[in-house]
Design a protein around this ligand. Structure first.
Ligand code: DP6
Length: 363
């Protein structure tokens, strides 16, 4: 089976105490993942831009111990964050068959995000990616001779993406950049349900430094988590059509990314965002994650585009925040529009200026 190659080997040697650090980016999906089956496998293919400024830094300190229970503590910005620990424990249990040394070390996981914790930006994608990279990096050290190749191979990066997916689906798109595909798609060779892969087709230069300004509309705890949302796609009346639609949208995006047709890009991206939220509104139970200010912003983006001919557009995640996407050439005018017209609809007028980035870095 395809997953057999990720099964962890046994290790004869043990590392002495040490640490490993990785920085992983957040990502924003253009075609959305919403609906999963089995062990974190997506019901449809998705594609995302990796971001440059929004990221998680994780340092994992390890100390050998005799085998037994899992032993670890998690710290956020230097303070113990016990509320993260059940999720990490679940992750460790799930990946144990792929990383067999987890019980042989005591870990101290120190993590921090470049964006405020309460911003409503999910840190699970960047966080799980950074953690998976730390673990694969440890495994790399266990296998290599001192003085061997320090960087991770393509196969090791793939394993890290495979593990990150088991922590949070969209995390498997948060290792490399600038554009990542996850989920089998007939037109994308090498695409897999098991891990994210770099988008290998030609990409027009307009997308090389595409801008994403994240408007922080609502920073509170989401009223419905993504995991419940995914769950509600089972027996959803429009699930089949939605999964097909995502596949078609990804097919339509391939020539658009190549020829730089931003008008067509906007249609696909905005329709994807609204289809995602339409799934939430038509599930049972139904729910709405957009806030009045989210809608106000969408309407103002449409009006601005109409009045000025700008190519600005939006996408949404499973929350109220708005990702404003636009070509770099429009940065001055769009940032001015955001500051003068849109930031009033954000909590404390806050927004994060970001753009397409190139993936995780070892620290
Ligand atoms: C709306 O990856 O957070 O952001 O696999 O349950 O951890 P889990 O879900 P998660 O879902 C993200 C969904 C989305 C769309 C996307 O990023 O593709």
């Amino acid at each position: 089976m395809a997953i057999d190659r990720f099964v962890g080997s046994t290790y004869s040697q043990k590392l002495s105490s040490g640490s490993v650090s990785w920085q992983s980016p957040s990502n924003i999906a253009l075609v959305k993942y919403w609906g999963k089956y089995g062990e974190q496998l997506p019901m449809n293919s998705s594609i995302s831009f990796s971001l440059k400024n929004s990221h998680t830094n994780t340092t994992m300190f390890f100390e050998p111990k005799s085998s037994g229970e899992f032993e670890f503590k998690v710290f956020l910005d230097g303070k113990r964050e016990a509320s993260f620990e059940p999720k990490i424990l679940k992750f460790f249990k799930r990946i144990e068959k792929y990383i067999s040394f987890l019980r042989d070390y005591k870990f101290r996981i120190e993590t921090s995000n470049s964006f405020p914790h309460s911003s409503g930006i999910a840190s699970s994608a960047s966080g799980m990616s950074a953690l998976a990279l730390c673990l694969v990096d440890m495994e790399h050290r266990l296998h290599s001779d001192p003085g061997g190749q320090p960087s991770l191979s393509e196969a090791e990066m793939q394993k890290a993406s495979f593990l990150a997916r088991l922590g949070s689906g969209s995390a498997c798109r948060s290792l490399q950049g600038p554009i990542i595909v996850w989920g089998e798609h007939p037109e994308i060779e090498g695409s897999s349900n098991l891990y994210g892969t770099q988008y290998k087709f030609q990409v027009h230069e307009i997308f090389h430094n595409y801008q994403d300004t994240i408007l922080l509309v609502d920073k509170g705890e989401k009223q419905v988590s993504s995991s419940i949302g995914h769950e509600l796609m089972h027996n959803h009346p429009f699930a089949k059509q939605r999964f097909e639609q995502a596949g078609f949208n990804l097919s339509k995006l391939i020539p658009v990314l190549k020829n730089g047709d931003v008008t067509e890009f906007i249609k696909i991206i905005e329709s994807e965002a609204l289809s995602l939220h339409a799934m939430m509104m038509t599930s049972m139970p139904y729910f709405i994650l957009m806030k009045p200010n989210t809608l106000e912003i969408l309407n103002r983006i449409w009006a601005f585009r109409e009045e000025t001919g700008s190519k600005v557009c939006f996408t949404l995640d499973a929350g109220a925040n708005v990702h404003v996407l636009y070509p770099e050439a429009e940065k001055g005018s769009v940032l001015n529009f955001i500051s003068t017209e849109l930031s009033q609809f954000c909590k404390n007028n806050e927004f994060i200026v970001d753009e397409v980035g190139f993936g995780a870095v070892k620290k």
